[in-house]
Design a protein around this ligand. Sequence first.
Ligand SMILES: Nc1nc2c(c(=O)[nH]1)N[C@H]1C(S)=C(S)[C@@H](COP(=O)(O)OP(=O)(O)OC[C@H]3O[C@@H](n4cnc5c(N)ncnc54)[C@H](O)[C@@H]3O)O[C@H]1N2
Ligand code: MOO
Length: 404
Amino acid sequence: MLTKRTPISVKEAQRKINEIPLNLMTETIPVAEANHRVLAEVAKAKYDYPHFRRAAMDGYAILADDDHDFPHRFKVVGDVQAGAVYDRDLKPGETVRIMTGACVPDNASKVIRIEKTSDNTDTSVMINESETHSNITEIGADFKQGQTVMAAHQEINPGGLAVLTAFGITEVTVYRKPTVAIIATGTELLTPGEAIAKGKIFNSNGIMLKNLVEETGGSVKMIKQLPDEEKLIKTTLNEAITNYDIVITDGGVSVGDYDYIGDIARDTDQLLFNKVKQRPGSVTTAFIKDHSLVMALSGNPGACYTGFYLYVEPLIRRYSNLPSRIQKVTGILAAPYRKTNEFDRYLRCTFEKKDGKYYVYPNGINRSGSLANLQTTTCLGVIPSSTEPIKVNSEVETWLLPFK
Ligand SMILES: Nc1nc2c(c(=O)[nH]1)N[C@H]1C(S)=C(S)[C@@H](COP(=O)(O)OP(=O)(O)OC[C@H]3O[C@@H](n4cnc5c(N)ncnc54)[C@H](O)[C@@H]3O)O[C@H]1N2
Ligand code: MOO
């Protein structure tokens, strides 16, 4: 259906998405499943870490009073491997043979490395010289009891999992991932595995959107591929809206005869926008229904990809109380781009960093309907609308894309 649409700026469209109030929810999950989840509460040290005086070297523990006049023969009164404890005090002239990671006797002040000893037997050892370091890691060297081991709102990584596990923590409270439905529309769409046929194409946007959502931190709960049938699209869209936080559609959002998503958006009472002053993806549309955001991206692969980064990536990150991972820098357009644009163009580019400057190169075919450069694009260069082609070496706002 053809109706007049009023385009708004990208900034305004982003503002509208950014102003959607989110009901941030948390959930408690096993630490073993928490990699890349975002901690919602601070994690504190349950005890000092390490919680016992730990040998940092394989060697012999001695008293401070015996730490002089080497070489000096010591009586070996024990053998302490990691995990074991020698729970008596050392007496003058005594030592225990001790391994890295083992608990040092309370009154010992140093561990002399094995390399500095000779004539070792089960009952005696000659210690030839002292050490400048104690070779003992004192109680609480890493963390004192009650200290913050991980601040809230951090994305947990494998190193963080180690820190939490060091305190025997088995569960953490993290932000719940937003649930996402992805609905690709188009009677031309084939499912991978089907035979290619004239006029038909594979649903290449579906797999791209699924993986973009997942690597951003969303949970894809529904994936559909629908022919342009109004009733089917409406029913499926309503089912997705009822059940999920974000519904991403692609295709069918323009003004063509079968562009039903556009029609549905125009009928809603919470339309955020249905045309944006941008290329590619000027048809990008967003509306809210039943607390769910429907983000209707263009079916054109280049526009679908760009639309995800412009609007969906920051929204998914917000569900985890985190800023977008897109890094905005000022780049230098290092190769010609001759096309002029009525709207700002988010040009798919690559970049090179030299002497602290970002040199930005338009990446091959930049048409909205082209997907040739999607694998190799690493940034978007913003080319302002103009009647004149932009000059080489102009400064351009550059968005460095995550996971690239
Ligand atoms: N008369 C007008 N025609 C068009 C306008 C306009 O303003 N007036 N806008 C053009 C612009 S700009 C764009 S962008 C496209 C947007 O179209 P839709 O978002 O409605 O998408 P479709 O028409 O369904 O598809 C466009 C293109 O993308 C291919 N496609 C669709 N889905 C997928 C998918 N899942 N995987 C891969 N490729 C897909 C589809 O086959 C088409 O080639 O409209 C212009 N037209
Ligand atoms: O709005 Mo469209 O510029 O061709 O993607």
